[in-house]
Design a protein around this ligand. Structure first.
Ligand code: HOZ
Length: 431
């Protein structure tokens, strides 16, 4: 496969951009090889600058649930753009998107738009601290909630991919306020509450962990968190940046029937443009400035292009059959990959929900970060590289979930599985 143009651009990028990329995991550091510079996308496919075609399971890391260059999104963007790109003043589109979110997720009685998932989680935590007057927070090992200081502890995603515990530049005083527990371990959370009880402002959790691969919550885990938070006067925050509108029409909170106090959204709600949001119960959201005293602001918050793309995406998703289709595709993929692995004598476990999925080269089950880290990384690297050669673009890290979109057809997944059959044979040679 020709990669000289990507190579050339990567070398050029490294001269002006740290590591040649604008987000660490894109550099292919843990999987090796040259990161593909993308020229264009259409539906479930992308083409790199060397003209190679790939079936894409990254989907811009989740936002592109309708696929690349979706005609409805492009049409609404063109129409919105013609009226101006940003005003720093309110527009009707912001209300429409907030209303659409509340319709689908009634727990978000009020919603504040921001521009990235990092901003959403950071702001929700500030709000939880403001509401409770407490400073400590509890997060789970391997969960990733963006790159704000207090959350870069035991984080998944790029931090796990780089294999680093945290980051220089984060003062110890910030992370001292972050208590950690293993994912899916209610007893550890109960212990943390026993120890820190009236100091914990909130528990923040990815209701399905997607930044250490794909880890589903055990039955009762999320409900148990709800109960512990209620008992100790802490707020429960669901970070649904990844799962929001991805795993169920009402997101993971509807899928598991657990009602958090605050929810963070991102990715899908921006429809491929930079938008994110946090919201929740009115009594808490009333504390957000200017209605309340907890400050948070942003020049491009509620940007009209991002609102228009998000709104059109949510409207398309609300049409009948969307989630059945996403579920059928991820099921076809995961089931097929397990079959291929078993044919090749490779230990693999896999799981999915809606349009989100993940695999581990591990006999399974994987229920937390410690287990996720035991998966065979060398085998993943081999599989990743072989899939790329076969024209399938997976996330370049074993610690990221995969995504299917409404543009992935049955035949695309069949083609992927044919590629996987060859790639798995190559992965099988790695011990
Ligand atoms: N943290 C993102 C995935 N969980 C990666 C973002 C990116 O590199 O674009």
């Amino acid at each position: 496969m020709a990669t000289h143009e990507s190579r050339r651009l990567f070398a050029r990028a490294k001269r002006v951009i740290p590591g040649g990329v604008n987000s660490p995991v894109r550099a292919f550091g843990s999987v090796g090889g040259v990161p593909r510079f993308i020229d264009r996308g259409k539906g479930c496919r992308i083409w790199d600058v060397d003209g190679n075609e790939y079936i894409d399971y990254v989907g811009s890391w989740g936002p592109l649930i309708l696929g690349h260059a979706n005609p409805r999104i492009l049409k609404t963007l063109r129409a919105t753009m013609a009226r101006g790109t940003s005003f720093g003043a309110p527009t009707e589109l912001e209300i429409e998107l907030a209303e659409e979110i509340r319709r689908a997720m009634p727990g978000l009685e009020k919603v504040r738009m921001v521009s990235s998932g990092t901003e959403a989680t950071m702001s929700a935590i500030r709000l939880a601290r403001g509401v409770t007057g407490r400073a400590r927070i509890l997060k789970f090992e391997g969960c990733y909630h963006g790159h704000s200081d207090g959350l870069l502890v035991g984080a998944g995603s790029g931090v796990a991919t780089l294999g680093i515990p945290g980051s220089p530049g984060v003062p110890a005083a910030m992370t001292e306020l972050t208590v950690q527990a293993p994912y899916n371990d209610l007893a550890a959370v109960a212990d943390a509450f026993a120890h820190w009880g009236d100091e914990l402002a909130c528990v923040i959790v990815e209701p399905i962990a997607g930044n250490m691969g794909f880890v589903a919550p055990k039955p009762g885990f999320l409900a148990g968190l709800r109960e512990l938070c209620d008992r100790h006067g802490a707020l429960l925050i669901f970070d649904e940046v990844m799962t929001g509108f991805r795993v169920h029409p009402g997101s993971a909170q509807a899928l598991y029937g657990v009602d958090p106090d605050l929810t963070c959204l991102g990715k899908v709600v921006g429809g491929g443009m930079p938008a994110a949001a946090y919201g929740g119960k009115k009594k808490y959201m009333a504390r957000v400035a200017p209605e309340g005293d907890v400050y948070q602001a942003g020049t491009l918050s509620g940007n009209p292009l991002a609102m228009a793309a998000g709104l059109e995406t949510l409207r398309r998703l609300a049409e009948p059959g969307s989630y059945e289709q996403l579920g059928a595709r991820s099921e076809q993929l995961v089931h097929g990959l397990l079959e291929v692995a078993s044919e090749c004598g490779v230990e693999l476990c896999a799981d999915r929900a809606g349009g989100m999925w993940g695999i581990y080269f591990h006999p399974g089950p994987v229920t937390n970060f410690c287990e996720a880290k035991k998966a065979n990384e060398a085998r993943f690297r081999r599989f990743f590289a072989a899939m790329l050669d076969e024209g399938v673009y997976l996330a370049p890290s074993p610690f990221e979930a995969g995504f299917v979109s409404l543009a992935h057809r049955k035949a695309d997944v069949e083609q992927t599985l044919a590629a996987a059959r060859k790639a798995m044979k190559r992965a099988a040679r790695v011990r």
